[in-house]
Design a protein around this ligand. Sequence first.
Ligand SMILES: [Ca+2]
Length: 179
Amino acid sequence: MSMDQMEADLNILIEISSGRGLLIGDVKSSDPYVVVTMGKFGEVHKTKHISKTLNPEWGPEHKSTFILNVPSFKLVDSDGLTFTVKDYDMLSTDEDLGTVQLSVGDVMTKGSMDIMLERKITPPAESAGKDAGYLTIRIRKATPEDAQSLAKGEKKRLFAIKTGVFDGDGKKGVHDMMV
Ligand SMILES: [Ca+2]
């Protein structure tokens, strides 16, 4: 990357779309939400939780979508983005249900396309060896219309349904889901 590219701000739209087969944080289920962090720069986004499900589908009403607008070098410095799935608890500390790390390449290269990334969740240490399920994240370049819609707090889906390229940990290869 050139110096200019390192200083340039990223302008990437990210949607935390869904999870499936998440770990159980309560007795039978979880109240999952996702916190996105960038290494030492800390939290960049947090969704709202959905009650009692192991297969959440976060939408605009859960603040599923945000624009990552930081200089490229910060993303490189922090080795990409960390998505931590958590179980919301009203009376105790929220439980960790595992993490997904998106590399700088995932965010920057793939961010130039409209892509749907399905990644296997790495369980937290106390659940090592357990199947912690999958997290699906969508990424594309943000437009001025996206920024306006988010700033206005519009409850509108910014990613079209069933468009983009699918890149899954759960399946072999890359599947084109264009319709
Ligand atoms: Ca809970």
